[in-house]
Design a protein around this ligand. Structure first.
Ligand code: TYC
Length: 107
């Protein structure tokens, strides 16, 4: 057998290279936050830090954007995670008697 061959007799050992990689990227969703007239700014900033992992500066920036423009992006996640964030934050806001609303949007 030549040094370039192996037991299958072909140079690549019969290896079939996949045309497509087996891993597929998940469809991503934006978690959007809506403005309202009642939820305190400090509460929104705290939510952005606690549930979406933003630091204080980033959370304040997003909160002000939503306050001024009416809507903004909290984060981008696979569907199950995005949906869980919406449910957790909505529950937390209602427990604290705030009308804060979130939406999902496919990227
Ligand atoms: N508009 C609210 C206020 O003036 C603050 C606010 C910001 C509420 C962002 C919701 O998603 C929101 N207290």
């Amino acid at each position: 057998m030549s040094s370039k061959q192996n037991q299958t007799g072909s140079p690549d050992g019969g290896l079939v290279l996949e045309k497509e990689p087996k891993t597929k990227k998940p469809t991503l969703y934006r978690v959007l936050m809506l403005n309202d007239d009642y939820t305190p700014m400090e509460f929104v900033v705290m939510v952005l830090q606690r549930f979406f992992g933003h630091d204080l500066e980033s959370a304040q920036k997003i909160m002000l954007h939503v306050h001024q423009r009416g809507i903004g992006v909290c984060g981008i996640y696979a569907y199950e995670i995005a949906e869980a964030k919406v449910n957790q934050v909505t529950q937390f806001a209602r427990q604290n008697e705030h009308p804060l609303q979130l939406q999902l949007e496919q990227e």
